[in-house]
Design a protein around this ligand. Sequence first.
Ligand code: 1PR
Length: 695
Amino acid sequence: MDATVSKLKIYSLGETLVGSSKDGVLRGFVGGVGVAASVDSGALYHLAVECRQRVDVGRLESFQRRRGPKLCTKQHCSAMEGMPYASFTSFATKSLSFASLSPSPIVTLRQKSQKNTLKSVSPRKLVICASSASSSGSVVTLLDYGAGNVRSLRNAIRYLGFEIEDVQTPKDILNAERLIFPGVGAFASAMDVLVKTGMDEALHTYIKNDRPFLGICLGLQLLFEYSEENGPVNGLGLIPGVVGRFNSSNGFRVPHIGWNALQIAKDSEILEDVGDQHVYFVHSYRAMPSDDNKEWVSSTCNYGDDFIASIRRGNVHGVQFHPEKSGGKIFCVLSFYLLFLYVSDFKIHKFLPVDVGLSILRRFLQPNSRGTKNPTQGKASKLAKRVIACLDVRTNDKGDLVVTKGDQYDVREHTKENEVRNLGKPVELAGQYYKDGADEVSFLNITGFRDFPLGDLPMLQVLRHASENVFVPLTVGGGIRDFTDANGRYYSSVEVASEYFRSGADKISIGSDAVYAAEEYLKSKVKTGKSSLEQISRVYGNQAVVVSIDPRRVYLKSPNDVEFKAIRVTKPGPNGEEYAWYQCTVNGGREDRPIGAYELAKAVEELGAGEILLNCIDCDGQGKGFDIDLVKLISDAVSIPVIASSGAGAVEHFYEVFTKSNASAALAAGIFHRKEVPIQSVKGHLLKEGIEVRI
Ligand code: 1PR
């Protein structure tokens, strides 16, 4: 028996529990459930702790499925330092005999000699010794100037077990032990805030003093001399160079959205575990490597030209990509020990997976953590085609928020009850698709056009919960528009979008309101700047705004029969028609509008859309493949990325859409929900056929 256990690392939360024991009972003050290792004795514990904090039933359930504790050696234990929680759960199978967690109490953990059983202890007998925040090594300072969504980053940091302290004043920057600056929004407004608050000077001093710093995306760009974004606008001037816009004239779509490969230029330390795996980028501006800044550049990425993907000098790091969104698996040597602990027959044949992006963050947060010495060599070489899982969400007749899926947008069962088809729970499915390798997860609140999204708190809750465990981009759509509620309170579309971003969305998707905006724009040829699309993309950047198009095919005898763009279709219509145009609809396909998908796509690109989600009502839920004619038409018409959607029924359909059109991503719903085709089979097939995907 361990007579004394002074320090426990709790990996689910990563919080350090400081406790002591004369009788084998560990005492502490943390919340959550997880796995713990005693740093003193090398003993491994399973741990359930709840203390004045919300019980996360989902986690609790998964915890209870885990295998019971075993002893491990000191060596194993120290090797576990820095391991993310995800690694512990993968091989967990067996149930623990745990006393139930009552709503109020504290620690329920006891180690007994040899048997290592865990026992519930009455809270009365326990002494709270320390809060996790008292361990300064686990605190990171975040410079969030409130211009956008940094919830994903917060979630990722917490997931890795770190506490966050927010910068309130320039002094907080100077006092930070470790500072993360996740720049979001536009360059000019970010610089404006920094200058007005005096944080620019504090950042200068902090970085000049080689204090631990990680700038993400705009947080990297701001270190350069100036940016061409709405400028030129002066930056912090710490790194020689200019931030300029990608050039879309050479056929590369802007924004650069998706998973691209890094070329490591020098020892970057934080990228050590990554090798040449894909990481997630979403941006329209970038800095270029030059002789003047080459001492800084630690990796580049190619997208038309080589641009700076990361910098490093001493303790100062910056990444253009998003580690917090670059979930995905690498195999970590350290996991060997854990596997040893959890696999009873000791047949160890492979290493456990660790999230790519999170390992980058972890290396910054915990520089001495040990990862794999020789990064696993992936096959990443260029921008990967994305595979997206889509969850159409709505309230069913019982009032529960469910994932549903229609056939040609009809989501009701054709039974007497005519109920809404229920294919699962949104948060669970999103988590599952993340684990299965989805490159993005989209939530479409399909009744958002009639229900006010800010009144739809369950949907916001879904986002909040999903974003805690999903470390790839989350898009949410439905009901994004200006709104006046029953009390006469007016909400702008930016407020609605902001609430979605705050709740965990990385991108928002606009359907009906974008159609009205495009119609207006085409009529007047004037950009009023007042549409939801224009306003949201101005505040959050166009890379954060997707326009979802719901067109329906209308066959024609002649292309001249309509004023909108018509094409010769591959398969003639029911009466032998050789042409069709694609008529846009609003309100979930319920209302046809006088505008074609082609005209709409071009208009919304001009109005500030960063990406198009291209559905097709005819193909939706049919499983017969994407409408290649439509996807080709739209992906050739615009220079922003296009996501092909509707109709996927087999792995071959993904190959077809990527080889016959310029789609950047393909989205499916039904086949994933019904478990007919796993995401990994889609990716496996694409890889086999020579199409680069993130593995
Ligand atoms: O108009 O801004 O409120 O946004 C509403 C959003 O909800 C739009 O993006 C619209 O596409 C979506 N929506 C509205 N009604 C429905 C419906 O199905 N009744 N779903 C709906 C659209 C289409 C796809 C679907 C693919 C793939 N769903 O997202 O997931 O077709 O399906 P498949 O792989 O099974 O074929 P606003």
